[in-house]
Design a protein around this ligand. Structure first.
Ligand SMILES: C[S@@+](CC[C@H](N)C(=O)[O-])C[C@H]1O[C@@H](n2cnc3c(N)ncnc32)[C@H](O)[C@@H]1O
Length: 147
C-alpha cells in the first residue's frame, strides 16, 4: 500500500537534489505533491484529470509531449501510464527528471518495468541514477540531471 508520507519525502528529495525550481508534477492526482513542493518554494503545476482536488496550480488534462515547456524539472510519483512520457518529455526539452514508478503502462511486472525505464532514460542520453525513499510501498526513484 502506498505511504501517505510519500509526498513529503519526495518533495524533500527533489529540492535537496535539484534545488528550488519550477516543477511539472505529472499525474499528480489531488495535488498533494504540489502542495508539499509549493511549501518548499517550488512553483509547481500538476497535470491530471481529477475534478476533486486541492487548491493548487492544476492543469486538468492528460500530460503529453505537446505540452509547452514552462518547467525546470519534470516529475512523476506513481504516475502509472504517464511515467514513460515524463522521461520522454524531459529528454525532448533537455530537463532533469525524477520518477517513482508503480504500475507499468503495458502490464509489465515491477522489476522489468524499472529496468525498462532506466534503459529508456539511458537510450535518450541520460545517466540515470537510483535512490530509495524511506517509506512503505513502491519507493525507488529513477532520476537524472539534465543531459
Ligand atoms: C496511482 S495514481 C497516483 C496519483 C498521485 N501521484 C499519488 O501518488 O497519489 C495515477 C494517476 O495517474 C493519472 N494519469 C495517468 N495517465 C496520465 C496522463 N497521461 N496525464 C496526466 N495524468 C495521468 C491518473 O489520472 C491518476 O490520477
Amino acid at each position: 500500500m502506498a505511504d501517505h508520507l510519500r509526498f513529503q519525502h519526495f518533495a524533500r528529495f527533489l529540492v535537496d537534489t535539484f534545488g528550488v525550481c519550477r516543477v511539472f508534477d505529472v499525474a499528480g492526482g489531488m495535488g498533494k505533491l504540489n502542495q508539499e513542493l509549493t511549501a518548499l518554494g517550488c512553483a509547481t503545476t500538476t497535470f491530471d484529470r481529477r475534478h476533486k482536488r486541492l487548491p493548487v496550480t492544476y492543469a486538468e488534462r492528460d500530460f503529453t509531449l505537446e505540452e509547452p515547456c514552462e518547467a525546470d524539472l519534470v516529475v512523476g510519483l506513481h504516475a502509472d501510464g504517464a511515467t514513460r512520457v515524463v522521461i520522454e518529455y524531459a529528454a525532448k526539452h533537455r530537463l532533469p527528471f525524477a520518477v517513482i514508478p508503480c504500475c507499468a503502462d503495458n502490464g509489465m511486472p515491477y522489476k522489468p518495468w524499472m529496468r525498462h525505464l532506466t534503459e529508456l532514460a539511458a537510450t535518450l542520453g541520460y545517466a540515470p541514477q537510483e535512490s530509495t525513499l524511506p517509506m512503505r510501498g513502491r519507493a525507488r526513484i529513477i532520476w537524472a540531471k539534465a543531459r
